[in-house]
Write a protein that binds this ligand. Structure first.
Ligand SMILES: [Zn+2]
Length: 459
């Protein structure tokens, strides 16, 4: 029998972007969306089109450029939001409108100031409207885990009747316990008429550190879509971490016998790319993608690892794309090895860009014996800022280099991360990087999307 297939719905660009300090501009979102596509996620929530023109453009751009994954746009349960989301999704090969409305009494009473009956009617109407535009409609009863179960069942039944194809059950405030969340999913499956016609989805927040555990408990009770983010970013303590969900299923099929389409060897580069774009470093002990996730320092561990990696390693670094530190980049390394390492660090280059990086790499490798990841990142940034400063910025639309101004905090974050698997006693990258004139450290940071910083809606 085939293993059940779990839809991975990535919301890094929507819920993730709502986390403080993680807002991204349109170009950055496009770049990350391409990486998510490479990673093999099934659905990408690209933004909240009515929230800002930037969000609208990002959804529109991603919808137009990615053909394989579902591209979703978020909308509150009202005509204007739904229409705007649909407008942004016009170019999508596989559009989805994601409608949400809070259903817990505390949200109804204090936030929305509507009755349960009004809530029910509004949800039904919004889904009906969305369905008249788009075949694929997802509905989220916000704060579902604090909603009275009987009322939640009523709302879910109503939106299914109105045409919803996915019903997402958000633990908006990260309050649930795994058993409790699993029971809720089971109850919905038992009590809601028509539930078998739709996909049940999880959306768990990590306020008590249980987002991944809750999502997996939901899957065990029949949820077949998991909403998650790269590095677990998201509102407050974040969302369920995509890499942890995927690898839990891959490493423990004896307990979680489910399949995802994620190409796990791209997990590390996706994590690195997000850290670079947002300038929010990955927590060192972060499972799967943190710089210590595969580091072994204790002597007894190192001894065991040398004798047999299985003594302390439940998955290989390679399986999640952590660069093999034994692959030394030096002056004899070829363009291919260089391109591969760049890719592992979250940078994909066109031929012309790679040529320039390679040229500088050879010069550098001639001066030092071993080119560490930190050196390489420094070099990439130098080339990037050199190009940006010497040519028309507008002409660089669509280029894959990060903006020059992104350099300094990123450099701190990733230099540390890059040293994780190497003997990083070599000279500091700043001391060996190319000409001082191109050093990017003095460029001031721009006011990074401040108009979106206060924008904190969503499920
Ligand atoms: Zn959320």
């Amino acid at each position: 029998m085939d293993r059940p297939r779990i839809t991975i719905f990535d919301t890094t660009l929507r819920d993730g972007e709502q986390s403080p300090g993680c807002s991204m501009n349109v170009q950055e979102k496009l770049r990350l969306a391409q990486q998510l596509d490479r990673l093999g996620v099934d659905a990408i929530e690209a933004g909240f089109p009515i929230a800002s023109d930037g969000d609208f453009e990002a959804v529109q751009g991603i919808a137009a450029s990615l053909r394989r994954p579902i591209v979703a746009g978020l909308a509150r349960a009202c005509n204007g939001d739904v229409a705007r989301a649909w407008q942004a999704l016009q170019g999508a090969a596989r559009p989805r409108i994601h409608v949400f409305l809070a259903t817990s009494d505390i949200h109804l009473k204090y936030k929305l100031r509507i009755t349960r009956d009004q809530c029910l009617e509004q949800a039904r109407e919004a889904v009906r409207h969305a369905k008249s535009l788009c075949a694929d409609v997802e509905f989220s009863p916000e704060d579902a885990t604090r909603t009275e179960v009987a009322f939640l069942c009523q709302v879910v039944e109503a939106v299914i009747a109105a045409g919803a194809t996915t019903v997402n059950i958000p633990d908006t405030v990260g309050y649930s316990m795994p058993e409790e969340y699993g029971n809720l999913i089971r109850t919905l499956r038992e009590k809601v008429e028509g539930i078998d016609r739709v996909t049940i989805s999880t959306h768990c927040h990590n306020d008590l550190g249980l987002a991944v555990a809750n999502s997996l408990a939901g899957v065990q009770q029949g949820a077949r879509q998991v909403e998650c983010t790269i590095n677990g970013i998201g509102e407050r303590a974040g969302n369920a971490s995509l890499e942890e969900i995927v690898m839990a299923m891959r490493v423990r099929p004896d307990r979680y016998d489910y399949e995802t389409a994620v190409a796990s060897e791209h997990l590390y580069s996706a994590s690195q790319m997000l850290a670079e774009i947002t300038r929010v470093p990955v927590q060192p002990n972060k499972a799967i993608t943190g710089r210590n996730a595969f580091a072994h320092e204790a002597g007894i561990h190192q001894d065991g690892m040398l004798k047999n990696p299985l003594t302390y390693e439940i998955m290989t670094p390679q399986s999640v794309g952590v660069p093999d530190s034994r692959l030394v980049l030096g002056k004899h390394s070829g363009r291919h090895a260089l391109a591969l390492r760049c890719e592992q660090l979250g940078h994909q280059f066109e031929r012309r860009e790679l040529d320039e990086i390679y040229r500088r790499f050879v010069v550098l490798a001639d001066r030092i014996k071993k080119v560490q990841d930190s050196h390489l990142l420094e070099l990439i940034q130098d080339v990037s800022s050199g190009i940006v400063s010497s040519s028309d910025l507008a002409g660089r639309q669509g280029k894959k280099f990060p903006p020059a101004a992104a350099t300094l905090p990123f450099q701190r974050a990733v230099s540390a991360a890059a040293g994780a698997n190497s003997n990083s006693n070599d000279s500091h990258p700043a001391q060996i990087s190319g000409s001082a004139g191109q050093a990017s450290v003095s460029i001031p940071l721009p006011d990074h999307h401040s108009e979106q910083e206060d924008y904190l809606w969503g499920v």
